[in-house]
Design a protein around this ligand. Sequence first.
Ligand SMILES: Nc1ncnc2c1ncn2[C@@H]1O[C@H](COP(=O)(O)OP(=O)(O)O)[C@@H](O)[C@H]1O
Ligand SMILES: CC(=O)N[C@@H](CCC(=O)OP(=O)(O)O)C(=O)O
Length: 287
Amino acid sequence: MQEAITKADTLIEAMGWIRKFRGKTTVIKLGGSIVDNEEALMHILLDVIFMESVGMKPVLVHGGGKAINRALAEANIEPKFIQGRRWTNPATLEVVERVLAGELNVFLTEEIERLGGRAMNLSFNTTNVLFGEKLTLPDGEDLGAVGHVTRVDRSVIEGLSYTDQVPVIPSMCEGENGEHFNVNADTAAMAVAQSLGAEKLVFLSDVNGVRRDKDDPDTIIHSLNADEARALISDGTIATGMIPKVEACLETLGRGVKKVHIVDGALRHSLLLEIFTTSGVGTEIRQ
Ligand SMILES: Nc1ncnc2c1ncn2[C@@H]1O[C@H](COP(=O)(O)OP(=O)(O)O)[C@@H](O)[C@H]1O
Ligand SMILES: CC(=O)N[C@@H](CCC(=O)OP(=O)(O)O)C(=O)O
């Protein structure tokens, strides 16, 4: 009996938070390392289903860098990255599209349904919602078929909330002439969050947040403002895959998204902890 009472207490405690976030959009970016972690992924998707069930509006945007690398290795194609983005020739694009818009997008949608939720995959194979153009790097380096998102079809994404479906969006976009582009998933999530005016953007990564020493979880920085974040990028504390993530956070905050967090996707219930606790988990990036 006591156990049941404690559970009921927990529900009552959550009521204030549920009220606060009911009807509000949270964009969740799933990194490739988390998509690969079966146990962690299941708990994340259960959190997502819970959020949807209590009237929040979770929107999933996913990458899949590791799965793409595996598929490229099978096809004997050498992966190449320029400034953190995958150099994407036509053969690479074919693999990226098969893995992201085909396999992973369908897999995630089916997993949500298998776990008892409702979801809709929004890709080239169904209804594409991300439109954009070729990305040109400042130094003029050519990345091939890599794009950035310039327009998001909000009405399709928002329309899914009427049927209680969680939108699941792969990080690819379509150009003006119907061409397909590979998009860095952090920047795709940023574009979706901006377009929807999301209450929160949460990056689920394979680390517990931004750290002073990238190999030491105890050095996590719980809160960072824009100037501090830029200084940590300049002095090399924030490096590799964390750079596009933090840059995406900074850009997003300047454009109407209220809160941006980087949290550990492998920590059980990290999503709910982020939303239902005052201090949250991971790193919060502030303006
Ligand atoms: N200061 C830092 N704090 C935490 N992680 C960092 C830092 N600098 C670089 N990283 C690296 O960033 C990685 C996370 O980015 P990424 O590899 O793109 O993962 P994902 O897109 O799957 O979340 C970490 O695994 C870590 O190796
Ligand atoms: C242009 C570019 O780099 N696209 C990424 C898209 C996937 C991605 O970003 O996946 P993660 O979230 O796992 O890093 C790529 O091809 O790997």
